[in-house]
Design a protein around this ligand. Structure first.
Ligand SMILES: Cc1ncc(COP(=O)(O)O)c(C=O)c1O
Length: 441
């Protein structure tokens, strides 16, 4: 055969047989991943020997797109769809990125306002600032979630979203919040970071508002170390969120989608979930039903075994059937009793903590959000605060949400691990009763 004939004209390929080359990720990397799990030396050396002797091992493709094998991230999205039930799902590398993508997909930017609760992990508000918009902080009610009446009072012509947070595993009062949102035509961004698997009125959290944002960070209910998901039934919003979460795909959301134009063509960032996170998330979502059932059963056992005491009251759960059961929060009559009972409970070994202490800095309480309260900015442009005239800025003060401070300073939170056995639940309840008998006589 004439070697000069071009392959394109039927000649022999001059560079045939070069590649494909194996994955950059091989056995060493797999062993490092396995080393994340504790195991007996015998198992560890057995696995190592098996891997080293296996000539058929092929390294993974840890990027969700262009994957020759089925993507774990895509499988995790499909599993979330089954679990939560909205039409569209987008995996992200964190809950924070899911929130930014949600706000950006809603078109939120300079001069806009987003209403957030006084009690939430700071990310709900920090992500508003990351979009150059202004967080408007409102008080909570006895659910320890956003108070719908406070939300209505805080609405201005610049309000572009309401962001209820289903705090500490329990739903916000979503009927009242959605009524206010609908009345004023404002989208709702549900922050479900702490309440995956919870529900309100028979609907899964994250499927009630315009968009839902989940975190799979290590301390959440279902976890992949880091990770998050965005949920919505709105196709346009989903497409815009996809654009934002993958800057390389801005003109083709999901890399293979139809080309974008006009206002939907914009520069995004990179919030993509890796296949490693996706694999762990997938396994966790499959286990979510069991994890939640065990949390709920343990909480019920502890609560039912607690005695009645004068001055003891429980956090209001907006929908008891929708509680995830990850913790039990109760209030004592005053700050001093709370402080002393808390120390006694800890001394007994009860897994618990206080929520607000005026002397202990905690990013879950708005009073410590100095960067917001003092209008701090990362750059000389002074954004987001320079986005409106000084007279239009919210007046933040440390005591502007009195219900949050008052309730949280008298609250005790008992952590519920889903591995608690019946005997653990009884032990915890007995210890609580022992302490409250002394302090709530
Ligand atoms: C209420 C709330 N919102 C948002 C986040 C942010 O999630 P992530 O840590 O995955 O970015 C968290 C958790 O850290 C959270 O608790």
């Amino acid at each position: 055969m004439n070697d000069d004939k071009l392959a394109i004209e039927g000649g022999r390929k001059a560079a045939g047989g070069v590649g494909p080359f194996p994955s950059k990720i091989g056995k060493d990397e797999l062993l490092e991943v396995l080393d994340l799990w504790e195991m007996s030396p015998k198992t560890a050396s057995g696995i190592k020997a098996l891997l080293q002797n296996d000539a058929h091992i092929r390294g993974p493709h840890l990027f969700r797109y262009y994957n020759p094998r089925p993507s774990k991230v895509a499988a995790a999205e499909a599993a979330m769809k089954k679990f939560i039930g909205t039409e569209y799902f987008m995996a992200t590398n964190s809950g924070t990125s899911a929130l930014v993508a949600a706000y950006r997909a809603l078109g939120i930017g300079m001069g806009d306002e987003v209403i957030v609760p006084a009690y939430t992990f700071f990310a709900t508000a920090a992500t508003v600032v990351a979009c150059n918009a202004i967080p408007v902080i409102v008080d909570v009610d006895r659910t320890l979630c956003m108070d719908a009446q406070a939300v209505e009072k805080a609405i201005t012509k610049r309000t572009k979203a309401i962001a209820p947070v289903h705090m500490r595993g329990a739903p916000a009062q979503m009927d009242a919040i959605m009524d206010v949102a609908r009345k004023h035509g404002i989208p709702v961004v549900e922050d479900v970071a702490q309440a995956a698997g919870g529900a309100f009125g028979g609907k899964m959290l994250g499927s009630i508002g315009t968009v839902g944002c989940f975190s799979f960070q290590h301390y959440k209910i279902i976890v992949s170390g880091e990770g998050g998901f965005l949920t919505t039934n709105d196709k346009k919003l989903y497409t815009r969120a996809l654009n934002w979460h993958d800057c390389a795909a801005c003109w083709r959301p999901d890399r293979f989608g139809p080309e974008q134009e006009g206002e939907d063509l914009f520069c995004g960032e990179n919030y993509r979930m890796s296949e490693l996170q996706g694999a762990v998330a997938l396994a966790q979502i499959r286990r979510a039903g069991d994890i939640l059932a065990r949390h709920r059963a343990a909480k019920k056992k502890i609560k039912e075994a607690m005695e009645e005491f004068p001055g003891l009251s429980f956090r209001k759960i907006a929908d008891p059937d929708g509680d995830t059961g990850i913790c039990l929060i109760f209030f004592l009559p005053n700050v001093e009793t709370t402080r002393r009972a808390l120390a006694a409970l800890k001394a007994e070994g009860v897994p618990c903590g206080g929520i607000y202490d005026s002397k202990v800095r905690d990013w879950h309480i708005y009073a410590y959000w100095e960067h917001i309260l003092k209008y701090k900015s990362v750059a000389a442009d002074r954004l987001p605060w320079s986005g409106v005239s000084a007279g239009e800025l919210p007046k933040y003060t440390k005591d502007m949400c009195p219900a949050a401070l008052e309730l949280l300073s008298r609250a005790i939170l008992v952590d519920i691990d889903y591995n608690m056995r019946d005997s653990d639940c009884a032990t915890v309840a007995n210890a609580i009763n022992k302490v409250l008998r002394v302090y709530l006589k």
